[in-house]
Every structure is written in C-alpha cells, then in structure tokens.
Design a protein around this ligand. Structure first.
Ligand SMILES: Cc1cc2nc3c(=O)[nH]c(=O)nc-3n(C[C@H](O)[C@H](O)[C@H](O)COP(=O)(O)OP(=O)(O)OC[C@H]3O[C@@H](n4cnc5c(N)ncnc54)[C@H](O)[C@@H]3O)c2cc1C
Length: 471
C-alpha cells in the first residue's frame, strides 16, 4: 500500500493555506451583545452577517483551538445545496417550507462565490457542479426518489441523469456506472475560505479569541455567561457553533446528535492522469454508498479523496481515531486506487480526518434553546460547507431579533423538537456494529458478490428505527 507522506489531524488544506500567527486567548471578563462558541464556518458566517446587518453589534468569538482548524478547514471542500436531500426535506417539513430551505441553500453556494470575489478571498471557488455516480447495481438510480420529489414539486431546473457514456465523458473510472449531475454546486479550498472569513470578520470589528475553550455556560432570563479557563463573557445572545463537539458529554444536545468521522488523502499533482481520464472540468464527484466516497481535484492537478467510513467516536472525543486513523486511511487509499487505478504507484502527500455531527434526519438544524436567547447549529452530517453560509444568515437574523426569510426557515426548531438519537452506550456500540455491517455489505456489492445475510440485516436497522444513513 502507498503510505501517505504525512498523516496528522489538520491535513493538506490548512498547511497549503498557512494559518498565520495565533490569536490571543481570552484574558479577563468581557461584555458583548452576541457571543459565539466556535470559529468554524457556522460561527464565522454568523459573525459576518450579523456585523453586515448591524455594524454596532459587539460580537465575540471564542474558539477552543485555532480558528478554521476544525472540520471547516479540513473537509472535502464540496459546497453543495440541499437539493441533494430534497426528498428528505419534504418528508421533514412539507413541500413549501422544504422548497424555501433548498432554494436558500442553492443561493448559499452562489453567495459564497460572491463573497470570495467581492472580498478578494482566493479560495479556489469553482462552480462546476456535483456528479453523483453509482458504483454497484444496488446504487443504480438510488437518486430517483429525490429527482421524483423535485419533479412532483414542478421544478424545471432538474438535475440531469447521465448514462454510463455521459458519466465517462466527465471522468473515466472502471468503477463508475450511471450518474446524476447537480449544477448548483461548487468546490472551495476550505482552509483558505475559513482564514479569509476570519480576517474579514475581524475587519468588521468582531473580537476573536483562540485557545479559549468554553467550559461552562449559564443561560438565564437576564442573559448568558460563558467561562473559559482564563476569562468570561457576558452577553445578551449566544450562538453555539461548536460543530461535532455538541454531540459530546455535557452538551445540551448530546441526545440529538451522534458523532461519526470522515477521512481524506490527497495525492501528489497528477495532471497527466487527470488528462488521461478526462477529469479536467473541476466537478466534485461522490458515489452513492451510505459510507460515501467523495473526490475532487485541485488547481495543481491533485486528487483529494475522502471516505465517510471512519469510526464512530465515543462521547464527542477529539484527537482520537476521528482525526488520525492509519487503518481507515489504508482503506481510503485502497478505495482511491480502486476508483482511479492510475493512482497506484503515485505518492499520497497528506492524510487526515475529522469528526462529523450526524443528526437522525441527516439534515442541519438550528436548535432554539429553552431560554429563547441561545441558538445552536447542528447536524450538518458531512454537508456543511454550502449550508453553513445560509445557517449563518439565519443565526444573524435570530440573534438580532429580525423577522425575515432566514429567521423563518423551517430548519429552526426548539431543541426539544429535534429527533433523538439512541442513548450511549447503545449509540456507540450499536453504531460501530452497524457501520461494520454496512461496510461489509457495500464492499460485497461493489465486488459483485452477494452480501452475507447478517450484514444485510444489521445494516437495515437504521432504516427500521427511522435513522437516516447516507445522503
Ligand atoms: C474529513 C471531512 C470531510 C468533509 N467534507 C465535506 C465536504 O466536502 N462538504 C461539506 O459540505 N462538508 C464536509 N464536511 C463537513 C463540514 O466540514 C462541516 O459540516 C462544517 O465544517 C461544519 O462547520 P461548523 O462551523 O459548524 O463546525 P466546525 O468546523 O466543527 O467548527 C466548530 C469549532 O468549534 C470549536 N469548539 C468546539 N468546542 C468548543 C468549546 N467548548 N469552546 C470553544 N470552541 C469550541 C472547534 O474547535 C471548532 O473549531 C467534512 C468534514 C470532515 C471531517
């Protein structure tokens, strides 16, 4: 097997972008109008839109590590709209509200590009669409229910179903069969976007503190108070944008989100291979597995390849196998070579991973906490790059008390209305067993073997208990 040259929690994008000097931690006591926990895309977009609407708002962002070093700075960089989940949006919210959410998420992709252009943030934004391919007979046309939901809703701008020849014309792989192409999707260099946002948000007057983990939150009728090891912030409104950490022990949402992980590798530049397989259009591509393989190219001709089959991390743990896992990376490399045999013998420069916050519906939500003054964004389930800009707009409107199309999005709900995930330890033990069964079933299907009956039965459990797996 080709061992990646470097395997660490942060990966290629952050190293390529260069994080810049660290920001000081919070020291002492501060007052603010809005305090945001977490310096990822959700927290940064919230601050950006808040200060765009009301430049006088005193905004503080507390980040436990470094801004943009969590999943926001090290994901696949697929910026998708929620049209890929339209069928489920309709099931969850009904046709009208689902359409509002999907439309806003489509606009979100464009708005990220507009931000990059108007603010001079060179984050490699390319709006070249998203191709979803089947790689086994069981995946063929798995997108049909979603397209049918869009057809029933009367949309004219439907994603385009592609036959094998049309798929091959975009990217040739011995593994690909049929596909579906969504136009409203882009790719970004995620760390460049996160660091660009960080700097623009600071330029608008937000105070950002790194290495400032929030250890305790008091959320009462008179306001909120947050405590880090070296300081505190009192504020009128709170946004919890702590990503997968909201699934952790002690989180008020620990029973609403579960923690999985996703892992990536990036090859050395292989422009000759991209020419050979015809993948020169910049499209983002994934297969239709529940444990999704996803891949895209970079301007210097690398292939970045990820797999959502990482282990489930118990209790929101960080710096464990959710981030560095040689066994899982071995599988990612094998998957990459099986889809692109020309990668055999080529160097993989980086490997890394990160936690994924999975909700039972696999849809992102804004949870309104009982006090009515605190909000949490959770459950992106591996699709947060595009939607977080829209969610940031909604959080800005909510914290400013505005009544607009964003503050009325159906994905805003009382925390108590979010579907629960199974309790620990069943969540972790059961999740690990189900993950292994799905992996065995899907591997057998791709290799053209009949899956063993036990793996098939176990991998069907999530559907039977109403927990959605996959896109
Ligand atoms: C390997 C990988 C690949 C992915 N690929 C894609 C993709 O291609 N497309 C896509 O749309 N999505 C993808 N995702 C998911 C995407 O990265 C996330 O949905 C998105 O970044 C969520 O942003 P966020 O701001 O909500 O959370 P995060 O980026 O997790 O940011 C939360 C921040 O909160 C901080 N924090 C946590 N606890 C505390 C605390 N107590 N005090 C202070 N700060 C705290 C964390 O350090 C972190 O910086 C991927 C994720 C991974 C791991």
């Amino acid at each position: 097997m080709t061992e990646p040259v470097r395997h660490d929690p942060h990966g290629f994008w952050i190293a390529e972008a260069g994080a810049g000097p660290p920001l000081a931690p919070l020291e002492g006591d501060l007052e603010a109008d809005v305090v945001i926990v977490g310096g990822g895309f959700t927290g940064l977009w919230t601050a950006w839109h808040l200060l765009g609407k009301d430049p006088e708002t005193r905004v503080v962002i507390l980040e436990s590590d470094r801004v943009g070093h969590g999943p926001s700075g090290r994901n696949g960089g697929f910026a998708d709209a929620l049209w890929v989940s339209f069928e489920r949006l309709v099931e969850e919210y009904g046709l009208g509200p689902a359409t509002d959410v999907a439309r806003a998420s489509g606009e979100s992709v464009h708005q990220i590009g507009e931000f990059a252009e108007s603010e001079g943030v060179d984050c490699w934004f390319r709006r070249d669409g998203y191709l979803n391919v089947s790689t086994s007979p069981s995946q063929d046309f798995s997108w049909r229910p979603n397209v049918e939901a869009m057809t029933r809703a009367g949309f004219e701008d439907l994603p385009k179903e592609l036959d094998h020849t049309e798929v091959e014309a975009i990217c040739s792989s011995p593994a690909f069969r049929e596909g579906i192409f969504y136009r409203e999707a882009a790719t970004v260099q995620p760390a460049r976007l996160a660091f660009g946002l960080r700097d623009r948000v600071a330029g608008r007057g937000a105070l950002l503190f790194e290495h400032s983990p929030v250890r305790r939150i008091e959320d009462g009728p008179g306001g909120v108070a947050l405590f880090t090891p070296t300081g505190s912030v009192r504020a009128d409104r709170l946004v919890m944008a702590a990503g997968a950490m909201l699934a952790g022990i002690g989180s008020p949402l620990a029973d609403r989100v579960t923690l999985a992980s996703s892992h990536m590798v990036v090859s050395e530049p292989v422009p000759d291979l991209l020419d050979e397989i015809g993948w020169t259009g910049g499209q983002a591509i994934s297969d239709c597995r529940s444990l999704l393989n996803y891949f895209r190219t970079t301007p210097d001709g690398r292939i970045a390849f990820g797999w959502g089959g990482g282990r489930i991390a118990a209790g929101g743990r960080r710096r464990g196998t959710a981030e560095v896992d040689p066994a899982v990376i071995g599988q990612v490399v094998r998957n990459a070579i099986s889809y692109f045999p020309g990668l055999a013998g080529r160097r993989f420069d980086y490997a890394w991973g990160g936690p994924i916050d999975a909700s039972a519906t696999h849809l992102p939500q804004i949870a309104v906490m009982p006090s009515g003054r605190s909000f949490a964004a959770v459950g992106y389930t591996g699709n947060g790059v595009g939607p977080s800009q829209m969610i940031g707009r909604a959080l800005a409107s909510l914290t400013l008390g505005l009544d607009d199309r964003y503050s009325r999005l159906a994905l805003i709900r009382p925390a108590s209305a979010m579907t629960r995930v199974p309790p620990e330890p069943f969540r972790w033990v059961g999740g690990a067993v189900i993950r292994m069964a799905i992996e065995r079933r899907e591997a057998a299907e791709i290799e053209g073997r009949r899956p063993d009956p036990l793996s098939s039965a176990i991998s069907d459990i999530p559907r039977l208990i109403g927990f959605h797996i996959g896109r």
